[in-house]
Design a binder for this molecule. Structure first.
Ligand SMILES: [Zn+2]
Ligand SMILES: [Zn+2]
Length: 331
């Protein structure tokens, strides 16, 4: 009985506690011993599906259906997916291609597979059946401005009474000041354009925004998948949770060497996830921070015009800050 209880405690402990994430100031400081572990990404087996199309039955298609289900492209009809390339999968592939600016053929051509393999944010592109990206725009054309940025369904946002937000770090991660500074910088990229302010708090329980690194199943139903694959996810207001995959190799100090291994730039991912914390969904604009994928070895931290327009439509502009030359004044 005692042993069972201990085992139970151990499993709870090991599933929820974070392995200490790996941080490195730059790519050349990653010890070679870590590199062999990061050659196989979570989705590499999708390479075998290149060229597949409607009517085929190929081992591995069920896993791809799970992928599309996870990101909202296949509804909740069945979780026991077959290896049949059926109509539902073809529609999913077409919508995916629309969202990622690819030819909407419904076939798994090379460029589509290449896009699918890229590391990405774990937040779905299609939420409750409505696409926040290109594939949903036809339906929203009847509304006002057609923009690329998007919000989560119901447009959740921080109310005017909560514009001065606090953030705190999962104490168990024992993050260093260098890592924390990456997030300070990432928050500043959004506060620059909006009336929102972000202040670090030492009280994790009461902070508006809670940041932590976790591995695998960490209790919110959105498991991480090891190296590459999904990198992070965050929840819309007012939940305020920002989770990052502790199995990634995170780079905290700029500049990537060319041909760098599977290391991810922490600030790039942090800026994107903060967009979700503030209510933004994914965008089909590739330059936008809110585009869902990012390749390893890429640093992308500057808000694009699309991001600025999105966040200002949601929370207004910082006094005296206009979006760009041609923006609507007083937005
Ligand atoms: Zn995202
Ligand atoms: Zn999570």
């Amino acid at each position: 009985m005692k042993i069972a209880a201990l085992l139970f405690l151990f499993s709870v402990f090991s599933s929820s506690i974070t392995a200490f994430p790996h941080f490195f100031p730059n790519v050349s400081s990653i010890p070679p011993s870590l590199l062999p572990n990061i050659t196989a990404g979570a989705w590499d087996s999708f390479n075998n599906l290149s060229g597949c199309h409607l009517g085929q039955k190929v081992p591995g298609i069920s896993k791809l259906k799970n992928y599309f289900h996870y990101f909202g492209y296949i509804g909740n009809i069945s979780k026991n997916f077959t290896d049949d390339y059926d109509d539902a999968l073809e529609t999913a592939v077409k919508n995916y291609q629309l969202n990622f600016n690819l030819n909407a053929t419904g076939e798994l051509d090379e460029s589509t597979v290449k896009q699918i393999l890229k590391p990405r944010c774990g937040v779905a592109d299609i939420v409750n059946g409505s696409s926040t990206m290109n594939s949903g725009k036809a339906a929203s054309m009847t509304g006002h401005t057609v923009a690329h940025y998007s919000f989560f369904p119901g447009t959740p946002r921080w109310p005017r009474s909560r514009r001065d937000l606090t953030y705190a770090f999962e104490p168990r991660n024992q993050l260093t000041d260098d890592v924390k500074r990456v997030f300070t910088n990432a928050f500043a990229r959004w506060s620059e354009w909006t009336p929102l302010t972000f202040t670090e708090s030492n009280n994790y329980n009461t902070a508006d925004l809670k940041i932590g690194f976790y591995g695998g199943n960490h209790g919110d139903g959105e498991d991480f998948d090891g190296v590459l694959g999904t990198l992070a996810h965050a929840f819309a207001p007012p939940r305020g949770l920002l989770h990052l995959d502790s199995d990634e190799t995170w780079i905290i100090d700029d500049v990537f060497a060319s041909g760098s291994p599977s290391a991810m730039d922490l600030e790039s991912v942090a800026v994107h996830e903060i967009g979700h914390l503030l209510g933004l969904g994914h965008s089909s604009v590739e330059e936008a921070i809110m585009f869902p994928t990012i390749s390893s070895g890429i640093r992308k931290v500057e808000l694009a015009r699309d991001d600025v327009e999105g966040i200002q439509a949601c929370h207004g502009a910082r006094r005296g800050v206009a979006v760009t030359k041609t923006s609507k004044a007083g937005l």
